[in-house]
Write a protein that binds this ligand. Structure first.
Ligand SMILES: [Zn+2]
Length: 390
């Protein structure tokens, strides 16, 4: 062990099995070499049964450099052709159903309307309604295809350009559906049906859509297969959300957890300990504290949420009367930060000469300053693993 600030006192810390588990948890191409070793040491300080639970949740730890964003990491897997084909079929069914439903709903209104202008407005409103309903359906079925309103005759190549599909060098020689362009066209047809095609163009391969094809979807709604981004096929939806998690954001916040996505992201510069930005404060352990908080909530009989919320509330009251048991300002923010800071403190030991940032957050200070919270975290850290055969 090279990191002095880490506290290891339990037999369940730093085990061989822990290293295997940590190895699965640390992802992304930034966590390699020295950074990986550093992150590994911090993560294997978490007791093994907890690493087991974190791994069971499918959690991933990623570090991002200033110019990186999540969609560029190897964590985000590109759509593979088979998955695209399967999901396109599913989306096509949903789309057809939504169109029939909306048609039926508006039919009566349209028939009753005699004024041309108002009929036109109803028709336009139909597109918005379709888009809204379809988006909700796709979302409910976890399908990431983007919906594009396409009112006019639109060249296929225009749609391809918008989505980063460029003609490859071998496109005209390769067998059908083995090039990016062919795959995009195949899935586009699968999603929208032949009826979305105004003119299939003059295809030299007699297959799919030709370069000069034009599109005109029946209800002005076109489903888009995917977008090429950093050599990956991403859905528009995932591209937008993954790109929003980037190195610049981490530079400001050092680290963040996205529990619904089972994701912990760190600034690459704070993956080492001590770091020039945060001294001996382990961002990795703090964010892990949040993950443990969410998992502990689900453990039967633990009453974790109630316990932490109550302790936090009581400590807030005590602080008002001058008995301040919070080790850090962050811990004061809310019950979740209170717990995450306590987990970090429990796994940290005082290092006098190197400490300058959150230097008060270590186990000795927690044990002395808030023995009740220390006891609770201690019990939790010593929980045995869940039985495998359950
Ligand atoms: Zn936090």
């Amino acid at each position: 062990m090279n990191i002095r600030a880490l506290r290891r006192h339990l037999p369940s810390q730093g085990t061989e099995r822990s290293e295997k588990l940590a190895d699965k948890l640390l992802r992304g191409d930034k966590l390699q070499g020295e950074l990986r070793g550093q992150a590994m040491e911090q993560l294997t300080t978490v007791p093994e049964p907890w690493l087991e639970r974190l791994e069971g949740e499918g959690l991933a730890y990623v570090a991002l450099g200033y110019h990186d964003d999540l969609s560029q990491t190897d964590l985000i897997t590109s759509y593979d052709p088979d998955r695209l084909r399967i999901e396109a079929k599913e989306a096509r069914k949903l789309s057809s159903k939504v169109q029939v439903d909306v048609e039926n709903e508006l039919k009566a209104d349209l028939e009753a309307e005699t004024d041309d202008f108002r009929r036109h407005m109803l028709e336009r409103g139909k597109v918005d309604l379709l888009k809204e309903r379809l988006a909700a359906e796709l979302d409910a079925h976890n399908l990431g295809f983007a919906i594009r309103v396409t009112r006019d005759l639109t060249p296929l190549q225009f749609i391809e350009g918008e989505n980063g599909i460029v003609a490859g060098q071998f496109d005209d020689y390769g067998p059908p559906s083995e090039t990016e362009r062919d795959l995009f066209r195949e899935v586009l047809l699968e999603l929208n049906g032949q009826e979305a095609v105004a003119d299939a163009g003059s295809d030299p391969k007699g297959y799919h859509l030709a370069d000069d094809a034009t599109l005109e979807p029946a209800n002005d709604i076109l489903l888009i297969p995917y977008k090429m981004y950093g050599k990956k096929r991403l859905s528009e939806v995932s591209k937008a959300s993954y790109s929003s998690i980037n190195g610049m954001l981490m530079d400001q916040h050092m680290g963040a957890h996205y529990w619904p996505n089972r994701l912990i992201v760190m600034d690459d510069e704070v993956a080492v300990l001590p770091s020039t930005k945060t001294g001996n404060h382990s961002v990795l352990l703090h964010e892990t504290g949040h993950a443990i908080d969410y998992i502990a909530e689900k453990i039967d009989g633990q009453n974790h949420r109630e316990t932490i919320d109550r302790m936090y509330k009581e400590d807030m009251e005590l602080a008002k009367s001058g008995d301040d048991r919070f080790l850090t300002d962050r811990a004061r923010d809310n019950a979740r930060e209170y717990f995450a800071e306590a987990v970090e403190a429990y796994l940290t030991q005082p290092v006098e000469d190197e400490a300058w940032y959150k230097q008060e957050n270590h186990y000795v200070a927690l044990q002395e300053g808030n023995p009740r919270l220390y006891e609770y975290v201690d019990t939790l850290m010593k929980l045995p693993a869940i039985a495998k055969d359950q």
